[in-house]
Design a protein around this ligand. Sequence first.
Ligand SMILES: Cc1cc2nc3c(=O)[nH]c(=O)nc-3n(C[C@H](O)[C@H](O)[C@H](O)COP(=O)(O)O)c2cc1C
Length: 305
Amino acid sequence: MPKSPTASDTTRPSIAHPTPATGPTITHNTPTPGPTAESAAAATASNAARTAPTGSSTGATTPHAGDAAGPDILPSGAGPTGGGSGARRAMVVLAHHRADSLSAHIAARTVDRLTTAGYAIDYLDLYRENFDPRMTVADQPDWDNRDKIYSPETEAHMRRLLAAEVVVVVFPVYWQSVPAILKGWIDNVWNYGFAYGRSKPRLAGKRVLWLGLAGAAADDEIIAGMQQVLEAQLNEGIAYYSGFADSHVGLLPDAEEQPQSIDPEGNLVIGEAISGEARTAHYAAFEAKADGFVDALLTASRVAA
Ligand SMILES: Cc1cc2nc3c(=O)[nH]c(=O)nc-3n(C[C@H](O)[C@H](O)[C@H](O)COP(=O)(O)O)c2cc1C
């Protein structure tokens, strides 16, 4: 079993991710550090917080386009940032409510890496853009009509997805699946008549990488099954069903600082938090693993000369 997903102090450590002192840090273009979901949503409403993470690679070892060159403000309807005209387009989707989460950090590194590789980036932070994951009648006025008109919001998301050649989705694994906000984005945007249900799927040929951060330890026997479940759902059930040419699940276990497992009696066992050099090494390895998944996507997407 995975760790208990409750938010109590005993089952889920407080934010125990990289701190500025020893681990990688992320810096956002927000006026205050570590905005709450509420403040991020409020800022998003004013359009000021449609800000992609920058400076994500502080303390990291991988080359990137430079902190200042991270994707800037992405106002509604604006094109992707970075890359020259004619650059290949990538979409990075983040599904996490905390701007200082490890997931956000990995998303920022991914943006940097793709930017360095020459991609123009469309950064979609579902929380900060205040995405509403609920299915609406407007988006399913007539299930059987694959030519139905979707809501303007959903159509805007469809256009963004259509424009991307490669897509990287970064999320914390929740109950061996994706968080509800990400599921809602898929349900609404990868809709019948758009993503599937046509003789030639509109998304055909695209590549997607699903980067899932998991609290379970890498040596927890639950990880193998988690990989299979996610692959069945995300690769087979969603991406290939929608005509994607390539879909890969990059599972990133050990996302928690305190190793957690369930003993044979069903008790949650929380280990000591790592610190010092062990902590630094832990996050360096974590980042390297994430980078490796992105690099594999870039290699697979390379156009033969
Ligand atoms: C609702 C919920 C469900 C979770 N389910 C799982 C799970 O099934 N397997 C697992 O390994 N970790 C699970 N976790 C732990 C998260 O995956 C982990 O805390 C997260 O990846 C840490 O990264 P973050 O700081 O970006 O949130 C769950 C956490 C929550 C809050």
